[in-house]
Ligand binder design. Structure first.
Ligand SMILES: C=C(O[C@@H]1C=C(C(=O)O)C=C[C@H]1O)C(=O)O
Length: 114
């Protein structure tokens, strides 16, 4: 049996299983909170996208992004989170936001856009 299959095994020590379930309940709550927070964030970035499209402003704002990355990396350090991971996460989200802004500007915003 591969090591990873052990957690799926009914023979896992009940105490260990309780610890695992307890931690996973919290992980599930945190994942739910992250999804809700992301949904809220995208609501506001969509507002910005519509404003930019109306006023003819570019989809991306590199100066703003630079300031955000510096702030998030500093917050990550304080929280003992890898700053490089924080930057990667931010760039991943912003790439999606900019894609949405370009779609809004070109009039091809999907109905279910975030
Ligand atoms: C949301 C904006 O548009 C883009 C997306 C950003 C973001 O998701 O935080 C930041 C800068 C812009 O490149 C904005 O200009 O504020």
């Amino acid at each position: 049996m591969a090591a990873g299959d052990q957690a799926h095994n009914d023979n896992v020590d009940p105490e260990v299983r309780e610890q695992l379930l307890g931690a996973r309940r919290s992980i599930d709550n945190i994942d739910a909170a992250l999804i809700h927070l992301l949904a809220e964030r995208f609501k506001y970035t969509q507002q910005v996208g519509h404003l930019k499209a109306t006023k003819g402003l570019p989809a991306s704002d590199p100066n703003r992004e630079r300031d955000q990355i510096a702030r998030l990396k500093s917050l990550a350090e304080e929280s003992h989170l890898d700053p490089a991971f924080a930057e990667k996460w931010f760039n991943f989200v912003v790439a999606e936001v900019i894609h949405h802004h370009e779609q809004i500007a070109s009039g091809s915003e999907p109905d279910s856009a975030n």
